[in-house]
Design a protein around this ligand. Structure first.
Ligand SMILES: Cc1ncc(COP(=O)(O)O)c(C=O)c1O
Length: 408
């Protein structure tokens, strides 16, 4: 067996299942889950029919690079969304969801033979973070360094906490903007700083942008800044050492389709294509055609955003009266602080008791983070995914208010 497998951490939902295994949720109330961040809005009918109308292509193996039509649709979307020019022939690859690509990218760019004296190469991650980053780093033979999120700076990752000696061994940096679970969007100034570090130390930046289309504000600067867009604004039109990962899962409510794309540095893309060819990561032709339809349409994304906006507008003020929580920059999560007088401010206590008494599932924040720099930056927080319908989300917020009010 690969000994590195034993270093993988249990997934947060596994930990939640264990935590609540002996809990009997209040049977008088209908269960509401704000736990798992899985989109629940309906998949648009035109995407479903594009998929079923494409079943004639199943008798041939698809190319790992994907059909030119798909890469061109992705390039056109990047142009419309970010006003940037990306070459569909050399700077874009389809992926079967961003999750597998986040993992596979680490296997492509990490060289475990380097920095042996320093304990091996490093992958830098935000903390809290999407758990795949850590597993990808471990299985690629790297160690992980964490930059904790700072609640005082809109949950920005504190990149300055990573010592220069660690940056010197860093081969890959994961950025998650908009962030899961904090929803924070990284501003241009932070990008400038990370690009400078990447230039100095030669590491690759993987920009995980799967929540880029779920935002709540309106106006010209409302849409989150993308990594490639930041690069162009800073004159880095070759996207050197930068790969952005974009997904249809949340944008188009198709987490089951498994479709996204990566775009950026052509040299990395070439190596990534080689890796993916051996790994067997080609996208089904039917999925490719459904994806073209999805990337070509924006109306369903506007409607999707409207549904999330309505939920956040109604739920956030209800919760903000009883706990420290605010509208995030983007994403579909609320990242709330457990009031100190409840279970000593413990996120695990809150998740267990809320489930037992009010049949609402939330995820303890400490499960999404690791202890680093002396703290677990997720401890004492809970993540609530507003993925259910509006009425259910409002009902959950009212139950949480009652749960907190009863103890105040
Ligand atoms: C931060 C983040 N990145 C990537 C993903 C993976 O999304 P997909 O593989 O569906 O594109 C998720 C899914 O929840 C996520 O939260």
């Amino acid at each position: 067996m690969n000994p590195l497998l034993s270093h993988l951490q249990p997934y947060p939902f596994e930990r939640l299942r264990k935590l609540t295994a002996d809990v009997v949720p209040n049977p008088a109330l209908k269960p509401i889950s704000l736990g798992i961040g899985e989109p629940k809005h309906a998949t648009p009918a035109f995407i479903q029919s594009a998929l079923t109308n494409a079943l004639d292509g199943l008798a041939a193996y698809p190319a790992t690079a994907g059909e030119p039509a798909l890469r061109e649709a992705c390039a056109r979307w990047l142009h419309r969304r970010y006003d940037i020019a990306v070459d569909p022939a050399t700077q874009i690859l389809p992926v079967n969801g961003s999750r597998e690509a986040l993992f596979a990218l680490a296997q492509t760019v990490i060289d475990p033979s380097q920095h042996r004296d320093a304990g091996g190469p490093t992958v830098v991650c935000p903390n809290p973070f999407y758990q795949i980053y850590e597993g990808a780093a471990i299985l690629a033979g790297a160690r992980v360094a964490f930059a904790n999120s700072d609640p005082a700076r809109n949950f920005a990752a504190d990149w300055s906490s990573i010592p220069e000696a660690t940056w010197a061994t860093t081969q890959l940096l994961y950025v998650c903007s908009p962030g899961n679970p904090t929803g924070a969007v990284m501003p241009l100034s932070e990008w400038e700083r990370l690009f400078a570090l990447s230039d100095r130390h030669g590491f690759v930046i993987a920009s995980d942008e799967c929540y880029s289309e779920i935002y709540f504000r309106e106006g010209p600067d409302a849409a989150p800044l993308g990594g490639l867009q930041a690069a162009v604004q800073l004159g880095r039109t070759d996207f050197r050492n930068l790969i952005a990962l974009t997904s249809l899962s949340k944008r188009s409510n198709v987490p089951g389709l498994r479709s996204g794309f990566v775009a950026g540095d052509a040299a990395i893309m070439k190596a990534f294509l080689l890796y993916r060819t051996y790994h067997g990561s080609a996208m089904s032709p039917a999925v490719q055609r459904a994806s073209v339809a999805a990337w070509n349409d924006e109306a369903h994304v506007v409607e999707n955003r409207r549904l999330y906006r309505e939920k956040f507008e109604r739920v956030t003020p209800l919760l903000a009266e009883v706990m420290d929580v605010a509208l995030p920059d983007a994403s579909f999560y609320l990242w709330a602080k457990v009031p100190a007088h409840l279970g000593g401010g413990s996120d695990e206590w809150f998740a267990r008791e809320l489930l037992a008494q009010y049949n609402v599932a939330v995820l303890p924040g400490s499960y999404l983070a690791r202890e680093a720099h002396g703290v677990n930056p997720g401890a004492g927080r809970i993540r609530m995914a507003l993925v259910a319908g509006v009425d259910e989300c409002v009902e959950a917020a009212q139950r949480i208010r009652q749960f907190i009010a009863e103890r105040s």
